[in-house]
Design a protein around this ligand. Structure first.
Ligand code: GDP
Ligand code: GDP
Length: 448
């Protein structure tokens, strides 16, 4: 089920992001330009269309430039390793060069690296619009790649030819129908959110099984922000990376504010958000703030208590810890909680099943017929308490939305129900239809 992968390489300023955005037509172009945050998408999906505009094939594009930073400190070297890893994985590389500048030493260096790797490479000369005579510099042909194309990423000239050239070089083992079946909605999108230093990068590495995100001893030093698509058995997961907080010029307070903002953005995009908590420090005010946002957003959340290896345990520890944490969070009572260690890997693999289950429950629909039966049975088992001296009569129930599952009950009143009755209905809904762990929305409308 894995999509073919194309890696976009080239030195800075040749137009990689421009081309990436054009090909993926992603929202990346619109992405926030907050200081200290890099663009948060280096991976995107590209859909090739035929003349009628029908989707032919889909591949994944990685902008290795989004993984690469100048400098030579340890962190930078690590990020370059990530670009290298993306390149290893790719089926085809696109080496983008600047036709306006002509061949440079930087281009030659990257070309040599690609040749050493034996990676099938398309040499693509960008900024066709600025080229003398509209043809690429002869020096580019000397790099020794069989295909040389000229495009204008900014204006779109030559881009269809580029797509066609890629299409013929990619291993599509699938029909167009199958390609379309790999809809992003099939992916399980999840995010790791939480304060600096709770272990987001460490857990990312654990989950991916290799160094995809950099771990550092200093709070909030992970600079790259990359979505990662990977497969566990037959399921496609997309990890929405929420790192991306720079060390330089960031106060501790600034980093915390930023992580709240990143958490909100991630929750908006993710099917399931993993809110990391520190087993030693317990839930802090900031954790409670994030939990409050999650509650408001109706997000599906797993409470992940990390660094469990540091806690001295006896058999009652987990129960006590769970109670304490839930009390100090104040929100997300429904959310499942897991105790694990990103460091030792203990219980980490359980997360995949939990994510899958929670995402399914969050997106689940129940028919009106079933809900009406459910409502009748629930009322028969316990009738609603009076509100303002009036006994509510509940007539019908329908589901009006998913993520979170939202229900409307038609009644003889719109004054709402006693909160304990709402809790009662919610619990029954969770039990009967498998909505465990997810937030539910229930509203009462007066029947006209
Ligand atoms: P990256 O650093 O490789 O990601 O490069 P960018 O996509 O940020 O582009 C660098 C600069 O080149 C920007 O100012 C772009 O507007 C410009 N640029 C990109 N593509 C073209 C093009 O096709 N023609 C011209 N004239 N400029 C371009
Ligand atoms: P982030 O800022 O949330 O990405 O946190 P990091 O992944 O960079 O982790 C911060 C620190 O906590 C690092 O020193 C990690 O080695 C450490 N750490 C992360 N997870 C665990 C864990 O499960 N157990 C222990 N003992 N330390 C951990």
């Amino acid at each position: 089920m894995k999509l073919p992968l194309v890696a976009l390489c080239g030195r800075p300023n040749v137009g990689k992001s421009t081309l990436f955005n054009r090909l993926t037509r992603s929202r990346a172009a619109l992405v926030h330009d907050l200081p200290g945050m890099t663009r948060d998408r280096s991976y995107g999906r590209v859909t090739c269309l035929d003349e009628e505009g029908q989707a032919l094939e889909v591949f994944e594009l990685v902008d290795t430039g989004g993984l690469d930073f100048e400098g030579d400190d340890v962190i930078t070297q690590g990020i370059t390793r990530m670009a290298e890893a993306a390149l290893q994985e790719a089926h085809v590389a696109v080496l983008l060069v600047d036709g306006h500048d002509g061949l440079t030493a930087g281009d030659e260096e990257i070309a040599a690296r690609l040749r050493r790797m034996g990676k099938p490479t398309l040499l693509v000369v960008n900024k066709l619009d600025g080229m003398k005579g509209g043809a690429p510099d002869g020096g580019f042909y000397g790099l020794g790649f069989d295909a040389v194309l000229a495009i204008s990423a900014a204006h779109g000239a030559g881009v269809p030819e580029l797509l066609e050239a890629l299409r013929t070089r990619l291993p599509f083992h699938r029909t167009p129908e199958e390609a379309e079946a790999h809809d992003p909605s099939d992916e399980l999108r999840f995010a790791l959110i939480g304060r600096p230093n709770v272990g987001k990068s460490s857990l990312t590495n654990r989950l991916l099984g290799y160094e995809r995100s950099l771990v550092s001893e200093v709070a909030g030093t992970t600079r790259d922000t990359v979505d990662t698509v990977f497969h566990v058995k037959d399921k496609v997961f997309r990890l929405i990376d929420t790192a991306g907080i720079r060390k330089k010029g960031k106060t501790h307070e600034g980093a915390e504010k930023l992580s709240i903002l990143k958490a909100k953005q991630a929750m908006a995009r993710a099917d399931v958000s993993l809110l990391l908590l520190d087993a030693v420090e317990g839930a802090t005010h900031q954790d409670a703030v994030i939990a409050g946002y999650a509650q408001e957003a109706g997000a599906a959340v797993i409470l992940v208590v990390n660094k469990w290896d540091l806690v001295e345990k006896d058999t009652h520890t987990i129960y006590g810890a769970e109670e304490d944490l839930r009390r100090s969070l104040g929100f997300l009572h429904h959310a499942p909680m897991i105790f694990l260690s990103a460091l030792t890997g203990q219980r980490v693999s359980k997360l995949f099943g939990m994510i899958e289950q929670l995402a399914a429950a969050h997106a689940q629909r129940v028919s009106t017929g079933e809900l009406n039966r459910f409502l009748r049975e629930s009322v028969a088992a316990m009738s609603p308490h009076a509100v303002d001296g009036k006994l509510p009569k509940l007539y019908f129930m329908t589901q009006v939305g998913v993520r979170p599952p939202s229900f409307v009950i038609k009644a003889n009143t719109d004054r709402g129900l006693h909160f304990s009755y709402v809790r009662y209905l919610e619990n029954r809904l969770r039990e009967q239809f498998g909505f465990q762990g997810v937030p539910l929305r229930l509203s009462i409308q007066k029947k006209q």
